[in-house]
Design a protein around this ligand. Structure first.
Ligand code: FUB
Length: 330
């Protein structure tokens, strides 16, 4: 893709669309066509804080691409917060899946008690409109669902994000509203993302949510203070040559990093940096194979210069012969 040079800075790629602000792109190929399920960023005037109150999104638009680098279509509102009976505020990063002839849109939103839960909505079309289930997925928590279907047909949801994503409130396994800290103390083990296998109806979990272990090359779990390596938010799982690659954002150090393992449940061993910091505070991605090549969808703030008004992009992922991934400079 041609580098973009808006505002005299060089960017590796250009925004996929410019008519609306989009972020957190979860990309999939369904029936041979590329779809992107992003957040739809809007200006609400909410003040910027560590809790992410400035991300006060109210609906989802789905994008389709004729090809990588080809025409991008915005399919309009696919799901509105007013049509989610249990929702309070903040529709954050979604993901999608296709099974048994139905498309499933998974989304985190705060309930009326201001607790992030995961919802699911269904449609006969990959671009919606989607109809939300009347209640959140039982047992779901925190933010950033990433839904992966393995080669054996089993589907898993990865989820979680610290600070405004509230994962720290679930540290004991039960929700603790009194835990207002952002994460464990620096010398304590970092919190891992969570995973649960989905039931065959794709509407609920088939098992209790488990913590995913991410360890360093020395086999030891990362400490909370190790903020260049520890999990923050925005997990994604893909499989390549029989290995499971779990990639995620380190949040306040603004990296996308990856770790590999032999099971969808982990443990995952840290391998390196996938993408250096983008313009803007958040960094969130997905990885997808299209016609035998691998791509990373991500966002930055090229169009607005504002952390909460982002734009999605795509670039190719390059793998080394040993299965490692080359670091991208966005
Ligand atoms: O878009 C809101 C939040 O910002 C997402 O859920 C995080 O991953 C971060 O990108």
């Amino acid at each position: 893709m041609a580098p973009s040079t808006t505002t005299n800075r060089k960017y590796l790629a250009k925004p996929l669309i410019e008519n609306i602000y989009t972020a957190d792109p979860s990309a999939h190929v369904f029936n041979g066509k590329i779809y992107v399920y992003p957040s739809h960023d809007i200006e609400t005037g909410m003040p910027e804080n560590d809790n992410g109150d400035h991300f006060a999104m109210r609906d989802y638009h789905i994008l389709s691409l004729d090809s990588i680098g080809g025409k991008v279509t915005d399919h309009g509102v696919a799901l509105d917060i007013k049509d989610i009976p249990w929702a309070g505020r903040q529709l954050w990063a979604p993901d999608a899946a296709f099974k048994n002839g139905t498309y499933y849109l998974y989304f985190p939103v705060k309930d009326k008690q201001d607790v992030f839960r995961m919802g699911v909505a269904t449609s006969a079309s990959p671009t919606g409109p989607f109809k939300a289930q009347p209640q959140p997925i039982p047992g779901s928590l925190s933010i950033d669902p990433a839904v992966f279907t393995d080669t054996d047909g089993q589907t898993y949801m990865y989820m979680g994000g610290i600070w405004g994503g509230q994962l720290q409130r679930w540290a004991t396994g039960k929700y603790d509203a009194a835990n207002k800290t952002q994460e464990p103390a620096a010398n304590e083990p970092a919190l891992g993302p969570r995973v649960a296998r989905l039931n065959s109806d794709m509407l609920r979990f088939a098992e209790p949510v488990k913590e995913v272990k991410i360890v360093g090359q020395d086999g030891k779990p990362f400490l909370s203070g190790d903020n260049k390596h520890r999990f923050f938010e925005g997990g994604w799982l893909h499989k390549y040559n029989g290995k499971y690659y779990f990639s995620y954002s380190t949040g306040d150090t603004h990296l996308l990093v990856y770790a590999t393992g032999d099971s969808p449940y982990g443990p995952f061993t840290y391998q390196g940096v996938l993408m250096n910091p983008v313009e803007g505070w958040t960094t969130h991605h997905s990885i997808v194979e299209v016609d035998g090549k691998w791509y990373i969808f991500y966002h930055d703030t090229e169009l607005s210069g504002k952390t909460w008004l982002r734009n999605v992009k795509v670039t190719e992922l390059k793998r080394r012969p040993d299965g490692g991934i080359e670091t991208i400079n966005p």
